[in-house]
Structures are given as structure tokens and as C-alpha cells.
Design a protein around this ligand. Structure first.
Ligand SMILES: Cc1ncc(COP(=O)(O)O)c(C=O)c1O
Length: 341
């Protein structure tokens, strides 16, 4: 049975089964469906099945809702967060958006350090929720020690604040181990063969990959990383980028996030931003699916893998990390709009 066979417009539950009334946005985090991308796969000569994990359906529109709640919940349980406290982190946007929204409902304040290259929509959204923002030049990240430097600055400038530390906080991969992995296992009935994800903090690939490999050691974890032309350099500090994901091969070890677990990774495939944007546009035009560039990068990698003879009949699960609405002003779906006067 597919969702299509159930009662019209009723989602997974049908019209007969009552869905419980959510007590707040936290009840709506996770439980995202898998979507068969049959048109996208067929148009690329896929021999394997491509399933998208619809993380854009989380209440704040990204996979980061899972870890934001995991981090806040564990800090509350450990007595490290109290109403009125300030939550601080370094974020490319989505984690900040999720932390700020959950914090709003629980009486915390938020402050984030962001690169000045993030999508304008994310900036507006963070401001709308009420987060305090500190932008730093993207060129800062050319320094291999940039994250350590920024982390130290965040600690120094915010004495007494709770530093969420999504890059190393074990509550991040733990949230994926406890939810994303089991959901994929359950919904594919154990038929998953390949997981495709990007690495920002490494939490998604580590937590989900660890769970799936524990259940089925043959599951392959494939990382979509930005190609050489899509990372900042001295000459070009503002290239088109794949928001939220970073290189994991040929980078200094201190540049790798603490939550990244290379031991779980079977293959890393490079994708340029233009290819990622093209795949995101293809998902929209061929499937009506509005997802962001990191999802596009994962889809591009899935399409390449799905053409391999050895993956004939396999099931590839692709993380669709966030909604494409967050990148309309960034020009991912067409020309950047002229600034409004
Ligand atoms: C849009 C997007 N995709 C993918 C990722 C990578 O996920 P993770 O941090 O779990 O490695 C992020 C993280 O910042 C993100 O914002």
C-alpha cells in the first residue's frame, strides 16, 4: 500500500484514524516519510530505486530540528539550561533556525555566529524568530583553525551561555541514531542498501549510518561533498556553495567536525554547486519536490550511483535536508532577484 492508495489528502493516517493533537512543535519533529523519486530516477537511467527522506517536513523545515531538540533536551536533563538562559552556536542557518524556534517555546534566548555567505532567506528567518546574529566574513573559514577560533570567541563573548556545539555535541548524532536511522529501517522494511548524505557537522551520516550498519553491515554510507570549484579560496572567497555541507577529503584533520565519523563512510563523491542546484531544479520540475542545494547534491550522487550495474535493484535513501524555499533569494532556482527598494 502506498500513501496514494489511502484516503485522499489525508497523509499517512487516512481519514479514519485520528492523529493525536500535538502539544507543540516538538511533537512534530521527525517521523518524516520516504518519497519514491521514480521520474527523477527514470530520467537518469537509474537501475536502482531512489527514495528521498523528506526532512523538509520537519516543523522548521530542516533535518536540524531533530538535533536542536536533542541538544536542548539533553542539556535540560543535565540541568545545564534554565529559562532565560542564552543558547549560542556557530551555524550555517538551519540549526540556528531550529534552536531559535524551540528556544522561543521554552523561554531561552539565542545568539548565533554565521558566515556572511548564508542564504538571505535564512538570515531573515533567524531575525524573524528573534535570534541575535553575529556575521563573520566567509574568508575566515580559509583558516584551517577557523572553527576553533570562532568557538573560542563565542565562549569568550558569552560568559555563562550554553554553547550548543552542534559540531561536537554527542546529542547530535544520538538524535539521528535514535530517530532518522530507525525510521529509514522501519519504512524500507530493512531493504535499504545505500545512504547518501552530506557532512556539515557529520551528525546525520554518523548517527543514521551507525544505526543502519548495526542492523545491516552491508549498508553503504556515501557522502556528497562539494567539488573543488565550490569551496572558498583566497582568490574566490564567495563561490556558489552548497549551503550546510563541507569537504571531508583532502582537508586538515582539525577542519573535520568532531561529530564526523570517517570509519562509517564507504565512499565520498564530489559535486559542484552548479550540479547540486541543477539536481534541485530537476527535483522541482520532474517531481514537484522543493528541496535545497544539499539535497540536490545528494540527489546528483544518488543518480550517479543508481546507474552502476552492481546497484541494479538496490534501494538508495537520500537525505533531503531542507526546503528549497530557503534558497529562493540565493538564486538556486533561477536568477537572483533584484533587491527590493
Ligand atoms: C542544508 C543542510 N544539509 C546538510 C547538512 C549536513 O548535516 P550534518 O550537520 O548532520 O552533517 C546541513 C548541516 O548544517 C545542512 O544545513
Amino acid at each position: 500500500m502506498t500513501l496514494h492508495d489511502t484516503a485522499p489528502l489525508a497523509g499517512a493516517a487516512g481519514t479514519d484514524a485520528a492523529r493525536p493533537i500535538a502539544s507543540g512543535i516538538i511533537d512534530l519533529i521527525g517521523g518524516t516519510p520516504l518519497i519514491e523519486l521514480s521520474r527523477f530516477a527514470a530520467a537518469r537511467g537509474a537501475r536502482a530505486r531512489i527514495l528521498g527522506k523528506a526532512e523538509f517536513q520537519n516543523p522548521l523545515g530542516s533535518v536540524k530540528d531533530r538535533i536542536a531538540w536533542g541538544i536542548i533536551r539533553s542539556a535540560e536533563e543535565e540541568g545545564r539550561l534554565h529559562p532565560g538562559d542564552l543558547i549560542v552556536d556557530i551555524t550555517s542557518g538551519n540549526t540556528g533556525i531550529a534552536l531559535a524556534a524551540i528556544a522561543a517555546g521554552r523561554g531561552y534566548r539565542t545568539k548565533f555566529y554565521l558566515g556572511d555567505n548564508i542564504s538571505p532567506d535564512k538570515h531573515l528567518l533567524l531575525e524573524a524568530i528573534g535570534a541575535e546574529l553575529v556575521t563573520v566574513p566567509n574568508s575566515l573559514f580559509l583558516d584551517p583553525e577557523a572553527l576553533d577560533i570562532l568557538f573560542a570567541r563565542a565562549q569568550e563573548e558569552n560568559p555563562g551561555a550554553f554553547i550548543a556545539d552542534q559540531l561536537s555535541n554527542p546529542a547530535n548524532p544520538a538524535a539521528h541514531y535514535a530517530s532518522t536511522g530507525p525510521e529509514i529501517w522501519r519504512d524500507t522494511e530493512g531493504a535499504v542498501d545505500v545512504l547518501v548524505a552530506g557532512v556539515g557537522t557529520g551528525g546525520t551520516s554518523a548517527g543514521t549510518g551507525r544505526f543502519l550498519k548495526k542492523r545491516k553491515p552491508e549498508v553503504r554510507v556515501v557522502i556528497a561533498e562539494p567539488g573543488e570549484g565550490s569551496v572558498p579560496t583566497e582568490e574566490a572567497p564567495y563561490p556558489d556553495e552548497i549551503d550546510g555541507v563541507h569537504k571531508v577529503v583532502d582537508v586538515e584533520p582539525e577542519q573535520l567536525p568532531g561529530n564526523y565519523d570517517a570509519a562509517l563512510v564507504d565512499e565520498v563523491v564530489g559535486v559542484e554547486a552548479a550540479e547540486a542546484y541543477a539536481a534541485a531544479r530537476a527535483a522541482l520540475h520532474e517531481e514537484g519536490l522543493l528541496v535545497g542545494p544539499s539535497a540536490g547534491a545528494n540527489l546528483e550522487v544518488a543518480a550517479r550511483l543508481a546507474q552502476r550495474p552492481e546497484l541494479e535493484g538496490a534501494t538508495i535513501v537520500v537525505i533531503l535536508a531542507d526546503t528549497g524555499e530557503r534558497y529562493l533569494s540565493a538564486g538556486v532556482f533561477g536568477a537572483r532577484p533584484e533587491p527590493r527598494r
